[in-house]
Design a protein. Structure first.
Length: 652
């Protein structure tokens, strides 16, 4: 009898367990950096929504604890990672390119791999070490992770964190080999994850903007066999003799000009096998006198056959780029209805404040793009391109160009002082070239849009993203080649760009303690927005000031002044959209926000005290059935990966 009763109890318990699992929501992964290969950064999860987002609590925090290393002279920069979540495990990269596996429920560390990226000294970008993410690929039942770490591509076993010995040389290939010309490998870097297509690992590269010398690293886009590490194809972003686009370069400059690299994340139409690469500015960001011509494929969106590496189509977003206006955002693959037709499209957001929209198969613009005259250069030897492409639809999403009317304006006296400071520089419309006196560029070199990119809600056709309203001052100077300059060997051009001129001014007067006032921005607020474009209409659906500026709000020169509710926050990190009708976003204002996706209205704000949001958020539903939202915050040793979820309901 006892045996029968025990068997019945076991059967009943098993039945209840199966029923409980059936009622529990299914796990929802985040298997690709952008959520999916097309980079929509949109999740179908709606457990967290507009009715309960205000109840979010911190589930756990994990700290990378990357610190300055005196031995190598290195320091960690911003923590910019967006984790992957696969099989209930999170895969994170730290500033120093370490890969860490965490339990998706608890944040507990499972293993860590250190590629010792710091051992080659500081990267040439001047911002410290940053890294944004990984790519994952299944070889049969085995999950492999691919890490871009400076000049190396490393393949790891996702279960153990150990290099896969059969890939390359003991799990590693040297990316400094197989390029157009030999390079100084410490000048070659990577911050964005690779793209996986079938059994190919495809990647671009990063090159520090401050490097300006003949034959600095080129931007070849390359594909490698995911099993062996063998190079399968290479696309020359600087076309060589006999390749389409070579004719757009003059005076043999293709033999010595580097950069022109896809440093931003690329995206993929996996069904069609089409890769979309946002290619950046050729070497010497602000002076093109040594690379005359339009300069394909600089500052272009290039569609590449992912299997063969052959160009399918391209569009040059800026001809002969001299503003550091790299297309910075991952191209968004979207399906829209325009002109009564369903169109599989690709959207490229730009630093300039434009959204270029193309048929992603043919490259034809969805709406007309006009070539319009732009100002000439006044720098000897520079031949700025006389026209630039302007999309007619959608309208610009950022303020463009700089006039005295754009000066800081929170009081008439401060506006007059800001205008006086601006008069020493060259002002003008978008695409006013850099000058010896210094040109105030707006948007500046961080945009507009930047590497964080956009989220797309296909249900309502909205593309939502964060944008910065800021300026840069681009001067043309003769480089410092004195022995006292430790980086003198990295610039061999006669002229180069310089961004050291301050975009602030010192207001007249003193504070209560008799000290001179601290600086104020030359530009009036707000300094950041979140924007939604209705891609079915080609119109801006909403545009709201985003974030605040605590330092500006407490400035002693503004004591007693009525200030806007939102002064706006700059920042390059991206957004996350969900089927719960939410957009999660952060910036430089020491808070993490959730907005109503349809209207831009703020629904939730979590103060982060001393931290800024520095990474693009992601979300997943763990095996337990709970939805989590994760975001990377802060810089250096203070960096933290923060996980938020709804409180667990109390059991009766």
């Amino acid at each position: 009898m006892r045996t029968k009763f025990a068997a019945l109890s076991l059967l009943l318990a098993g039945t209840l367990a199966v029923a409980a699992r059936a009622q529990q929501p299914a796990m929802q992964e985040w298997p690709v950096y952008g959520g999916d290969p097309g980079g929509t950064k949109f999740s179908p999860l709606a457990d967290i929504n507009g009715t309960n987002v205000s109840s979010l609590v911190t589930a756990w925090e994990w700290r990378p604890e990357d610190k300055p290393i005196e031995e190598f002279g290195t320091r960690p920069g911003n923590f910019q990672n967006t984790p992957l979540m696969i099989d209930n495990v999170l895969y994170v990269t730290t500033q120093y390119n370490r890969v860490v596996a965490l339990d998706a429920e608890s944040g507990q560390q499972k293993w860590a791999f250190d590629p010792r990226a710091y051992a080659d000294g500081p990267p040439p970008n001047g911002t410290g070490f940053v890294h944004r993410g990984l790519a994952a690929w299944r070889d049969g039942g085995k999950l492999r992770l691919f890490l871009n770490s400076r000049y190396r591509l490393i393949c790891l076993d996702a279960e153990t964190g150990k290099p896969v010995e059969t890939f390359g040389v003991k799990g590693v290939i040297d990316l400094s080999r197989g390029l157009l010309w030999p390079i100084e490998r410490s000048h070659y870097t990577n911050t964005s994850p690779p793209v996986i297509y079938k059994n190919l690992v495809i990647l671009g590269n990063g090159v520090g903007d401050r490097l300006v010398y003949k034959n600095d690293p080129p931007g070849d886009i390359r594909a490698f066999d995911a099993r062996t590490g063998r190079q399968v194809w290479s696309f020359h972003t600087i076309p060589q003799r006999g390749e389409p686009g070579h004719e757009t370069w003059q005076e043999g400059s293709t033999r010595v000009t580097g950069h022109t690299n896809a440093w931003a994340p690329m995206t993929l139409d996996a069904e069609r096998g089409l890769l979309y690469a946002p290619v950046g500015t050729p070497s010497n960001d602000f002076y093109g006198g040594t690379r005359k011509g339009a300069g394909l494929y600089g500052e272009s969106l290039v569609c590449i056959d992912a299997e063969t590496g052959k160009r399918k189509w391209h569009f040059q977003i800026a001809h002969h780029g001299i503003w550091d206006y790299d297309p910075p955002s991952p191209p968004n693959l979207v399906t829209i209805t325009a002109g009564g037709k369903r169109i599989d499209a690709v959207v490229q957001l730009t630093k300039q404040g434009f959204a270029f929209v193309f048929d992603r198969v043919t490259g034809a613009p969805v709406w007309p793009i006009e070539e319009r005259p732009v100002p000439p250069s006044d720098v000897k030897g520079e031949e700025a391109w006389p026209t630039q492409p302007f999309p007619t639809t959608p309208p610009p999403f950022s303020d463009q160009g700089m006039t005295l009317d754009d000066a800081f304006d929170l009081t008439p006296e401060l506006k007059a002082q800001a205008q006086a400071a601006l008069r020493q520089f060259r002002l003008g419309p978008l695409y006013t070239p850099p000058s010896m006196a210094g040109t105030v560029m707006r948007p500046g070199t961080i945009g507009g849009a930047n590497w964080g990119g956009a989220t797309f809600d296909a249900r309502i056709g909205l593309l939502v993203f964060k944008t910065t309203n800021g300026a840069s001052i681009a001067r043309i100077v003769r480089p410092d080649r004195s022995p006292a300059n430790p980086r003198a060997a990295e610039v061999d051009a006669e002229l180069t760009g310089d961004l050291s001129a301050s975009t602030n001014f010192i207001p007249e007067g003193k504070d209560a303690d008799g000290r001179p006032f601290p600086p104020l921005p030359l530009l009036k607020p707000p300094y950041g927005h979140v924007v939604a474009i209705d891609l079915n209409k080609g119109a801006i659906a909403w545009r709201v000031p985003f974030g605040d500026n605590p330092l500006l709000r407490s400035h002693p020169a503004l004591k007693g002044v009525a200030l806007p509710e939102q002064l706006g926050a700059a920042g390059a990190a991206g957004v996350l959209g969900t089927a719960g009708g939410l957009v999660f976003v952060g910036g430089n204002d020491l808070a993490f926000h959730a907005l109503d996706l349809a209207t831009g209205r703020e629904l939730w704000r979590l103060p982060l005290t001393t931290r800024r949001v520095t990474g693009t958020p992601m979300t997943y539903r763990s095996r337990s059935g709970r939805q989590f939202v994760l975001v990377a915050t802060s810089t250096g040793p203070d960096a933290s990966l923060m996980a938020f979820t709804l409180p667990v309901p109390k059991q009766d």
